[in-house]
Design a protein around this ligand. Structure first.
Ligand code: FAD
Ligand code: MLT
Ligand code: ZN
Length: 487
């Protein structure tokens, strides 16, 4: 990698210095005789696709410690990878070479929660599920939810501008994050930990850190607006005979459920079958899935259970009694356990994919009407190259699922192993398809290491030039997550 020429490797002297800033258990280094296997979880990404060779992992407990470490690294030109829960899906959270990993896992305290405003201020290393649990007792929920909630951290969520399953209802983190505290690449602490809903005092710097993927600094704390917990939630899985019914169904569901609709999630038949095969959530009965080409999970969240259930039941009965029904079946959760297990079916697809094989994961925004065409065209592309089928080095399945309400398709290509031939068949094919529909090559997962070469499919030259100027302004020495987002 080119940037390696400009950056220094960590030395024993550096490690000795870090040990003065942090207590010894917070420094993990092979240069201090830690077995390299202990660093594996920090050097390897969630998918087992990207692998770094860092010798040193630092786990600060305070913003001041982060600042001192970063200042030293900047002076010594040592590359830094900020790491949260390491659940990212684009290779952004692990080193490319031997950058030092700064793990936020020990910065995991809630700083404050105001039950009146619903504003939560938390250290960046707080795990999303822990924050959800913390505010549940105050009848609030986090404005975002994702399958990785048990491991991902709020700092990682903000740094990737994670979307997830609640974006349809609560919008993106660009709206709900009210403030951040960050350590800039020279070690300066930027305190923008505002708890104000309204603050029009010039440039909104925090927005730059939302989705910066650790390339502009290290987020050390987040202030976020959390909504009140809905009084009642319910969900239903709808089986559809054709993909073409998804759009009319979405329109009808929005029309009938209006303000109580909180999620509209899509999975094609292959994705559903894979989730069931790997034991994710509640499988529908055989007669319920007969003839189904795809499925939609609809969630409602509202203020009155009887009212919401009545609306959902009316929706189901009008859908099923139509002369040309859009759905073949609708299965409504009858208990909290069923509610969770229906969600587990959709949320568990990522896990099922990783159990099935090695995944090429594309996360794109394209017009809803193109979801199926994209999956079919990709499958055909692989077939035409002789790469689809059983056997070593072949693609086992091509699946589509995602957040219909957000126009976000997850196109996953599952192979027995990663190969150059499959990679070449998929790229630039998928990116060209996306660009031809003026889509985005990254709807919610980010650019990381995976898509730096493809940024131009979604960003103009002018945009990329200004992104580079911003990066150079914040990080003139290029130490912060080198090789990520921008080439
Ligand atoms: P990491 O993976 O550790 O890091 C991600 C990026 O952020 C890296 O570039 C890293 O350098 C940077 N970073 C992390 N912490 C900081 C910090 N404190 N300061 C600066 N930079 C930082 N994503 C979605 O958008 N929607 C989903 O629905 C979704 N579902 C998922 C389900 C599963 C099962 C899995 C495994 C992943 C899923 N993801 C999803 C992807 C991933 O979970 C999110 O991107 C998540 O926000 C990453 O958080 P993390 O703490 O694991 O960050
Ligand atoms: C999802 O929607 O399930 C996540 O973004 C993870 C994935 O794409 O697999
Ligand atoms: Zn997603």
């Amino acid at each position: 990698m080119l940037f390696k020429r400009f950056l220094s490797s960590v030395t024993r002297t550096d490690v000795q210095h870090f040990t003065k800033i942090l207590s010894p258990p917070s420094v993990l280094s092979t240069l201090q005789n830690a077995p390299s296997a202990e660093l594996d979880i920090y050097n390897n990404d969630w998918m087992g696709k990207y692998k770094g060779s860092s010798t040193t992992v630092l786990k600060p407990k305070t913003t001041q410690q982060v600042s001192e470490i970063v200042k030293w690294c900047n002076e010594r030109r040592i590359g830094i990878v900020p790491q949260g829960g390491n659940t990212g899906l684009v290779g952004g959270s692990v080193p490319v070479n031997d950058e030092v990993v700064i793990s936020l896992q020990n910065m995991n305290s809630v700083r404050s929660f105001d039950p009146v405003s619903g504003i939560l201020v938390a250290d960046a290393g707080c795990v999303l599920q822990a924050l959800t649990d913390h505010i549940a007792s105050h009848d609030h929920i986090m404005p975002l939810d994702l399958g990785a909630k048990g491991s991902c951290q709020i700092g990682g969520n903000v740094s990737t501008n994670a979307g997830g399953l609640r974006l349809l209802r609560y919008g993106s983190l660009h709206g709900s994050v009210l403030g951040i505290e960050a350590v800039l690449p020279d070690g300066t602490i930027l305190d923008q930990l505002s708890t104000l809903r309204k603050d029009n005092t010039g440039y909104d710097l925090k927005q730059l850190f939302i989705g910066a993927e650790g390339t502009l600094g290290i987020v050390t704390a987040v202030s976020i607006l959390t909504p009140p917990a809905p009084e009642a939630s319910n969900n239903v899985i709808l089986a559809l005979p054709h993909f073409n019914n998804v759009l009319p169904l979405y329109m009808e569901v929005k029309r009938q459920l209006s303000e109580i609709l909180s999620a509209f999630e899509y999975m094609d038949r292959t994705a559903y079958d894979l989730a069931v095969k790997h034991g994710q959530g509640r499988a529908l009965a055989d007669d319920e899935i007969e003839g189904a080409e795809c499925f939609v999970l609809v969630e409602t969240s509202g203020g009155k259970r009887e009212h919401d259930e009545e609306k959902l039941e009316t929706l189901l009965s009008t859908l099923l009694s139509a002369s040309n029904p859009l759905i073949t079946t609708g299965v409504m959760a009858q208990s909290p356990a069923q509610f969770s297990s229906m969600w587990a079916l959709r949320e568990g697809i990522t896990e099922a994919v990783s159990k099935e094989g090695k995944a090429y994961k594309y996360d794109i925004s394209i017009p809803l009407s193109k979801f199926k065409e994209c999956v079919d065209a990709t499958r055909e592309q692989l077939r035409s190259k002789g790469l689809l089928g059983d056997g070593d080095g072949m693609v086992k399945a091509v699946i589509g699922y995602g957040h219909v309400g957000d126009g976000n398709l997850h196109l996953n290509v599952i192979a027995t192993r990663y190969t150059q031939e499959i990679q070449d068949a998929l790229e630039p094919f998928v990116y060209e398809f996306t660009a031809s529909h003026r889509g985005s090559i990254s709807a919610e997962h980010g650019i990381g290491l995976m898509k730096t070469h493809a940024l131009q499919y979604s960003k103009s030259d002018v945009s990329i030039t200004w992104m580079k100027k911003i990066k150079a302004l914040f990080d003139p020495n290029g130490i912060m997550n080198p090789g990520k987002v921008l080439e």
